[in-house]
Design a protein around this ligand. Structure first.
Ligand code: ATP
Length: 311
């Protein structure tokens, strides 16, 4: 419900943004808004234009055309005011190795009028014991955690995270999801890019899926996922290949063999009614495994971006 309330206030507004590199329109006339207190995800294949979009909003690249306003300031004129109120996660390789974690945070904070206590920041990501260590002595997950809190030194209202969990193991990734949720819980707005659909589905209130510089779809994550074709799925494993039963089952929806697994099948269905009707037929195949589920953001992503690959 808090999200509904926060929907009232736009913190970022983008109109007809274009970025050209020579003839290539890396960003091709996109418009969208980001609302206070939400986690907004920019998704898309490699080269879709996510990083370019993010870096233009952060003031790091100049747009070819279009209008961007952040917290009421037009970025063409108000970049100084904006910089005080945004935080940008840098790649961990961008940090000095002759300063300790604490010293880096102190240095970064000194550029701003509002400054967070470095030790409190390190505590937030359980790195307080590393406050006197150097970045190159940290593990991959610790570096990522550090680079996220380093974006909070000025207690910003808006935080930009570009692929915050890339290359991490599953547990470290979940730890970072917690860190990102904690930042949201402090009332901040977060814009992130990710290639992990599971991550976007877990974290993002809204997502935009980009392709070739354009937005294919944008909206509340759960609503977009709910509106996929054939939103119900049954996965089952059986060695009993009864042709008659398979024919009956395939009348309900699309049945596929999972890649590389001869006895694993997936059936996609449009309605819950079909789901209930087809389950007894599948049970007659003595399935060794049976999973009933709903579509995910990954299904939507493949449905949208896969379409143009096939064409
Ligand atoms: P990824 O998921 O791989 O990080 P992305 O969605 O972030 O991709 P961008 O990095 O924004 O994509 O790149 C969009 C397009 O613009 C790509 O075709 C890329 O090659 C091109 N591009 C990006 N930066 C430049 C640049 N400085 N000069 C020329 N072309 C660029």
């Amino acid at each position: 419900m808090t999200h509904m309330v926060s929907l009232m206030k736009k913190v970022i507004s983008i109109e007809k943004l274009v970025k050209k590199y020579g003839k290539l329109a890396a960003v091709d006339g996109i418009s969208f808004d980001v609302y206070q207190g939400e986690i907004f995800g920019l998704l898309g294949e490699n080269g879709a234009g996510k990083t370019t979009t993010l870096e233009i909003i952060e003031g790091l690249r100049k747009p070819t055309s279009g209008k961007i306003s952040i917290l009421g300031h037009d970025i063409r004129h108000g970049i100084k005011d904006i910089k005080e109120q945004i935080g940008v996660q840098l790649q961990s390789s961008a940090y000095y190795n002759f300063l300790t974690l604490r010293e880096i945070l102190e240095l970064f904070a000194s550029f701003y009028s509002t400054q967070m206590d470095p030790l409190k920041l390190l505590q937030m990501v359980h790195l307080e014991e590393k406050s006197n260590s150097y970045v190159n002595s940290l593990s991959g997950g610790q570096k990522q955690r550090f680079s996220i809190v380093a974006s909070l030194v000025n207690d910003p209202q808006i935080v930009f995270l570009d692929e915050p969990t890339t290359g991490l193991d599953p547990l470290a990734r979940r730890n970072l999801w917690q860190v990102i949720s904690d930042i949201k819980a402090k009332g901040k707005t977060i814009i992130l890019t990710t290639h992990y659909m599971e991550e976007a589905e877990a974290l993002c209130d809204r997502v935009a899926i980009m392709e070739k510089g354009k937005i294919l779809t944008i909206g509340e994550t759960h609503k977009l996922v709910g509106a996929t074709h054939n939103p119900y799925r049954i996965n089952f494993i059986t060695k009993k290949i009864n042709t008659n039963l398979f024919n009956e089952i395939s009348k309900f929806g699309e049945i596929k063999n999972l890649i590389g697994k001869a006895n694993n099948f997936e059936l996609r269905l449009k309605t819950q009614k079909e789901l209930n009707q087809v389950l007894p037929l599948i049970q007659q195949l003595d399935p060794e495994g049976l999973i009933v589920g709903r579509s995910t953001l990954e299904d939507l992503f493949i449905q949208l971006t896969g379409k143009t690959i096939g064409e």
